[in-house]
Ligand binder design. Structure first.
Ligand SMILES: [Zn+2]
Length: 474
């Protein structure tokens, strides 16, 4: 055990500011310009070369860093997205795994005037553009946190940084890499993930749980080709109505409650209490940052229920459609079929593979009127619930949040999915997790007007450094 060397928070802060301003933000500006969409949204990703360009940019930046003994490799398994693997030797016989991803969500519509997905725009503290916050900054923040430690000769454990290129497509390539790199990864006792959310920009937010998901395309076909709706309606059942009635098997359309009991898992008592505490602290503010239209309001007034809905309950969203012409070219046609992209979030603790099989059966068995119904491209990812926080980690999070944000750390469940965390949780049951991120109010990852809140990224980087230090000292 190394003796406790001093660690100057001011100096750490100053270095983070300098590295972000002089180097990270300018590189992120270049990174945002590259449309390196995740393979699920760009099946032609390999030929289009954007992933390669983004990886080259990131690697070139990494090579400029002054980190003792750093070894860096872009690992490529055949037919899979590349993975950046970085090893930094440590003074302590232990391993920290830092994780992020460099693939991006697709463009999405609705960007404000002057903003666009591949158009970096710096406004005040915000850097707008796709993939800066989700999750382009992660490689930079990971290495900067090590630079901060080495700048003050603070000992740390061996660190392994994994940046994948497939997260937004469900991390399908990742298990093969983890297997391939198994010996080089070792057994991490601390996992740091920089791909999560924050409820505000005023403190360090630690993610206590993630939801899983089942996604796929519900395809309903009734005809071989569309026919005049005046001629056919009343005789041929509408594929849209059949799709609606199939979804009614899954969800109560009036309340949004998911119906099958097998899609629920018990919520741990402590998580319910944390949701209540957070609801008490944030109140109606919990939903105020959404870009509401008109008089639209949340599904309930009860803030704790909203938090639990978002983090520990299954919920349905229809994220895309097929078989529907755009409004301007929609003739009076009873269409041949309707396809809906079904995105079903799952509570932590629900086995996603089993849920997927049952959802497929639920939606496709005994279709009304004998229509042709399929559920295509189905994928499943497990959710995750954090292990109990070790006292050393709790103290480190508290102290670093105080030091860099000037407020206590806070804990919350997230409604999104990070497939790798569930994999790691199973593989390394004794590891502690710091899952955090910059996806705070309005940052809108996946939607239009995504931005990186630069001061938060900077402070987070210092908190990660302080946590890695505390890990080595524990
Ligand atoms: Zn992400």
């Amino acid at each position: 055990m190394p003796k406790s060397p001093s660690f100057d928070a001011k100096r750490a802060s100053a270095l983070a500011t300098q590295v972000f301003e002089s180097s990270i933000v300018p590189t992120l500006i270049e990174y945002i310009k590259i449309p390196n969409k995740s393979p699920g949204f760009d099946p032609d990703w390999e030929r289009s070369g954007h992933m390669q360009r983004a990886m080259d940019l990131i690697v070139a930046w990494c090579r400029t860093r002054q980190i003792a003994g750093m070894r860096l490799e872009v690992v490529r398994l055949p037919g899979r997205t590349p993975l950046l693997f970085i090893e930094v030797p440590g003074a302590v016989d232990d391993t920290v795994l830092l994780y992020g991803h460099m693939d991006k969500q697709p463009e999405m519509t609705g960007w404000a005037d002057g903003l666009g997905p591949w158009q970096p725009v710096l406004r005040g503290d915000r850097l707008y553009g796709r993939g800066g916050a989700d999750d382009g900054y992660s490689t930079f923040a990971s290495l900067a946190s090590l630079e901060i430690l080495q700048d003050q000769n603070v000992p740390h454990a061996r660190c392994v940084v994994i940046i994948e290129g497939c997260e937004e497509s469900g991390s399908g390539d990742l298990p093969a890499y983890i297997e391939h790199l198994r010996d080089r990864i070792g057994t991490p006792s601390l996992v740091v993930c920089l791909d999560s959310g924050a409820a505000d920009y005023d403190r360090l937010w630690c993610t206590t749980s993630l939801r899983g998901m089942v996604i796929g395309n519900l395809q309903v076909d009734v005809l071989r080709e569309g026919v005049h709706s005046g001629e056919a309606s009343g005789i041929v059942p509408s594929s849209f109505r059949i799709a609606r009635s199939l979804l009614d098997r899954l969800e109560d359309a009036k309340t949004g409650r998911i119906l099958p009991e097998w899609l629920y898992a018990p919520t741990p008592k402590q998580r319910v209490e944390q949701a209540r505490a957070m609801a008490g602290a944030l109140g109606a503010g919990i939903a105020s940052h959404y870009p509401w239209r008109g008089a639209t309001r949340p599904v309930t007034d009860d803030a704790a229920e909203l938090i639990l809905n978002r983090t520990w309950r299954p919920q349905l969203a229809i994220t895309g459609a097929g078989g529907l012409p755009p409004l301007g070219s929609a003739g009076n046609v009873l269409r041949a079929g309707t396809a809906l992209r079904v995105s079903l979030r799952l509570p932590p603790g629900v086995d996603a593979e089993t849920a997927k099989k049952r959802v497929v059966r639920l939606l496709t068995e005994n279709p009304p009127y004998g229509a042709e119904v399929r559920f295509d491209s189905a994928e499943a990812n497990d959710g995750w619930n954090a292990p109990e926080l070790a006292p050393w980690l709790e103290a480190a999070l508290h102290e670093s949040s105080q030091a860099y944000f000037g407020a206590s750390a806070a804990y919350m469940g997230e409604g999104g999915t990070i497939p790798f965390m569930a994999m790691l949780g199973l593989r390394f049951p004794d590891a502690q997790f710091l899952i955090t991120g910059v996806l705070g109010p309005e940052s809108n990852a996946h939607g239009p007007n995504e931005f990186l809140h630069i001061p938060t990224a900077r402070k987070l980087t210092c908190c990660v450094a302080a946590t890695i230090r505390a890990h080595a000292l524990r």
